[in-house]
Design a protein around this ligand. Structure first.
Ligand code: TYD
Length: 200
């Protein structure tokens, strides 16, 4: 049995990636997963990760996210891929590099080494970045302005966006960048065109 495809959607909060990831998973009969918090262990971790009332260092934040990912990979993603199922993820390793690395300033090489420990060889076949200006994303998303990342200042979200673009620029074969400004259906059409080239 051949291994399933692993496609990841990334982008800043409110860029529209969750809508696109769920749609692609449904259309392609793939397993939809998300981070953080997609396992019983992850539900508890997600609560701490997002709780703005619990101050923590950027390193602690990163390690909680990586613990969530390590457990997610081992208990859900890797078994699905190994048994031939395709997996579509709403966020994965690039989120940690963009948010905790570029956004919070955690050393990128150290984050990459910790990511190796968390995910081993479980790497995406394609990462789709839905790129959107933070000001537009803020307008679109109905926020309650309460979680740890929603209360971060505009500069943080700008750094995260630039970080994503830098990561995509470093690996043009592994990433596909789509402009998230047009309508949901227009963005979907661009994504589907790229996905048609994959051996689903
Ligand atoms: P998510 O549930 O995807 O929220 P949204 O749908 O609003 O994008 O992610 C929750 C928050 O966690 C989001 O603000 C991004 C942040 N996050 C990180 O900072 N690093 C990570 O590695 C991941 C997976 C998420």
């Amino acid at each position: 049995m051949s291994r399933g495809l692993f496609v990841v959607f990334e982008g800043i909060d409110g860029c529209g990636k969750s809508t696109q990831a769920r749609r692609v998973a449904r259309d392609r009969d793939a397993r939809f997963v998300f981070e953080p918090g997609d396992t019983p262990v992850g539900i508890d971790l997600r609560r701490w990760i997002l709780d703005a009332a619990t101050p923590m260092t950027p390193a602690t934040e990163a390690l909680l996210l990586l613990a969530d990912r390590a457990h997610h990979v081992n208990s859900v993603i890797e078994p699905a891929l190994a048994s031939g199922h395709c997996v579509v993820a709403d966020r994965f390793s690039a989120s940690t590099l963009a948010y905790q690395g570029y956004g919070r300033g955690v050393d990128l090489d150290e984050l990459r080494a910790a990511t190796d420990l968390a995910i081993g060889d479980c790497r995406p076949d394609l990462t789709i970045l839905i790129d959107l200006m933070p000001s537009l994303a803020l307008e679109r998303e109905a926020r309650d302005e309460s979680d740890r990342f929603e209360i971060a200042d505009a500069g943080f979200h700008d750094r995260v966006r630039q970080g994503y673009l830098e990561l995509a620029g470093e690996d043009v074969d592994g990433w596909f960048v789509v402009d998230g400004t047009p309508s949901v259906s227009e963005v979907a059409a661009v994504i589907d065109q790229r996905l048609a080239a994959l051996p689903w």
